[in-house]
Design a protein. Structure first.
Length: 271
């Protein structure tokens, strides 16, 4: 009888449908966009950086691989905005779970799986907003790529930072479950962007150090359709093999994923 009762409790009734997740996604996305820190760091700042360092410069029209310098700046700022957006939203996800919201969602008809689906969908949509705005600004202000395929490949690859930095924000949110810590994690993305050769070409020890930072691999892969194997440094362009950014991205994704697993177990044991 116990097994039968358990089976009936876990098996949804034929007449009951799971609620649509679209209203929850809209609410989550709206709440994220209404936050002043999201508007400033995710939307305004990367777009302003592109306009200042890409569109409004004298060197923006110079050829750079399969595009122009302004197109490279456009890609860099789009990848930067993706990293910030993913960190901000996943950090709030971690604090919500730590505060007990996960248990509330587990009791809802959609369950905890629906919660994660909503967060993942909201993160993708949030990342698409600044990336689309920056690419639209680049197109309007004259950033050029040699073919529509390069435009499309660059746009898609600019979303790669969402993978490691969603885990990064979640790890910070689990270890330091406060909004202040999440805000600090979001702001720290600017440091990683500088070390990833995004804001300006770096060289020497800083460029060597860049290969060990979490944003370098995703940022360099986003530049690949335009610059191919070329990486611009403070001492001039160099050729870099594809495996270097790929290994960087995979290694940081695995490391941050492991940290999230340990953090989640730590939170569970603490409860």
């Amino acid at each position: 009888m116990t097994a039968t009762a358990t089976h009936q409790a876990t098996t949804p009734r034929p007449g009951i449908k799971r609620p649509s997740l679209l209203p929850y996604v809209r609410t989550e996305l709206r709440n994220s966009l209404l936050r002043i820190d999201t508007i400033i760091f995710v939307v305004i700042m990367p777009l302003a950086f592109y306009l200042m360092f890409g569109a409004m410069t004298e060197y923006g029209d110079i050829d750079a691989g399969n595009g122009t310098v302004s197109a490279v700046v456009m890609v860099n700022m789009a990848a930067f905005s993706t990293a910030i957006a993913a960190t901000a939203l996943s950090g709030t996800c971690a604090t919500e779970l730590t505060d007990g919201w996960g248990r509330q969602m587990a009791l809802s008809p959609g369950g905890i799986r629906s919660y994660y689906l909503v967060k993942a969908g909201s993160a993708i949509l949030l990342c698409l907003i600044p990336v689309t705005l920056i690419f639209a600004a680049g197109f309007i202000t004259g950033a050029a790529c040699d073919s529509p395929g390069i435009w499309a490949a660059s746009y898609i690859l600019c979303l790669l930072p969402a993978i490691p930095f969603a885990l990064y924000g979640m790890a910070i949110g689990m270890w330091f479950p406060t909004q202040g810590a999440v805000g600090t994690a979001t702001a720290s993305v600017s440091v990683w962007a500088f070390l990833a050769n995004i804001f300006m070409p770096i060289g020497g020890f800083l460029f060597t150090l860049a290969h060990w930072t979490p944003l370098y691999g995703a940022a360099m892969l986003a530049q690949r359709p335009i610059l191919e194997n070329m990486v611009v440094t403070a001492t001039g362009p160099i050729d870099e093999s594809l495996w270097i950014p790929v290994v960087n991205l995979l290694a940081w994704t695995l490391l941050l994923g492991l940290i999230c697993m340990v953090s989640r177990r730590r939170v569970t044991l603490r409860r």
